[in-house]
Design a binder for this molecule. Structure first.
Ligand SMILES: Nc1ncnc2c1ncn2[C@@H]1O[C@H](COP(=O)(O)OP(=O)(O)OP(=O)(O)O)[C@@H](O)[C@H]1O
Length: 230
């Protein structure tokens, strides 16, 4: 399984984003500022939008999925329960997982944005995909739910998972770090080495590196272990 981006470029008026690189199996984190082109690239990689120029090659990707930043863009069921079924899932299991048992009969659009995101993530993360593109999976979630989503994503054993985010507080285990800087996608490499050149590194990561306590990875446990290292 792999995806090759060969001089991919999306141009809109005076704005553009360019990307060259290869994504293989594992968890890829792509950070970038607001408006840097995360959603644009996410859609191109998932095959939803064509680039203005360049080529994308997908090898052994037969079962792709994109999770949009705004969970309402996924809604097809008229009730929360039907929404789970529309993903081919057992509503009882998903509603328990998302702590939404009491809301089974409501329209999904009557859930709060955070509740709907929780429901959406419970549906999308309970399935296997060759390629899973997650656009801002942590937006609208509170700390507890972000932690839960990170644990689930960290446990993904197969396939290519690509997370686009400007999140600064919580992360899953990451295999390969990328970032969009000045209109281009840059590969910073594998962790932990990539942390040293990561321009979007959260302050806690920068502070740990300055003190010579580089975390092994980005999970809360990795950060805690590095901080407590003597
Ligand atoms: N459909 C569109 N038509 C024209 N311009 C667009 C369209 N969608 C996005 N843009 C522009 O493209 C640029 C990149 O947008 P994009 O949504 O990819 O950024 P982003 O990094 O995902 O932002 P955010 O962090 O806010 O989600 C922005 O300047 C935006 O205004």
């Amino acid at each position: 399984m792999r995806i090759d981006l060969d001089a991919v470029r999306v141009v809109r008026d005076s704005w553009s984003v360019s990307a060259t690189g290869t994504f293989t199996e594992g968890i890829h984190l792509i950070s970038g500022d607001v408006g840097s082109g995360k959603t644009t690239l996410a859609r191109v990689i998932a095959g939803l939008s064509p680039p203005t120029s360049g080529a994308i090659r997908r090898e052994d990707i037969t079962h792709p999925m994109i999770s949009f930043q705004f969970p309402e863009h996924h809604v097809t069921g008229s009730t929360v329960s039907e929404e789970c079924s529309s993903w081919g899932l057992d509503p009882t299991v998903i509603l328990k997982q998302a702590s939404l048992q009491e809301k089974a009969g409501l329209s999904p659009l009557r859930l709060s944005r955070g509740e709907l995101k929780r429901l959406h993530l419970a549906c999308v993360l309970s399935q296997e995909y060759d390629l899973l593109v997650l656009d801002e999976p942590f937006s609208s979630l509170d700390c507890k739910e972000k932690a839960r989503a990170c644990t689930t994503i960290s446990g993904r054993a197969r396939g290519i998972t690509i997370i686009f985010t400007h999140e600064q507080s919580q992360f899953p285990r990451v295999d390969m770090l990328w970032e969009i800087v000045d209109g281009s996608l840059h590969c910073r490499g594998n962790l932990p080495d990539a942390l040293r050149t990561w321009e979007h590194a959260p302050e806690i990561v920068r502070a740990l590196i300055r003190r010579g306590k580089e975390p092994a990875n980005l999970t809360r446990q990795d950060i805690r272990e590095a901080a407590c290292r003597t």
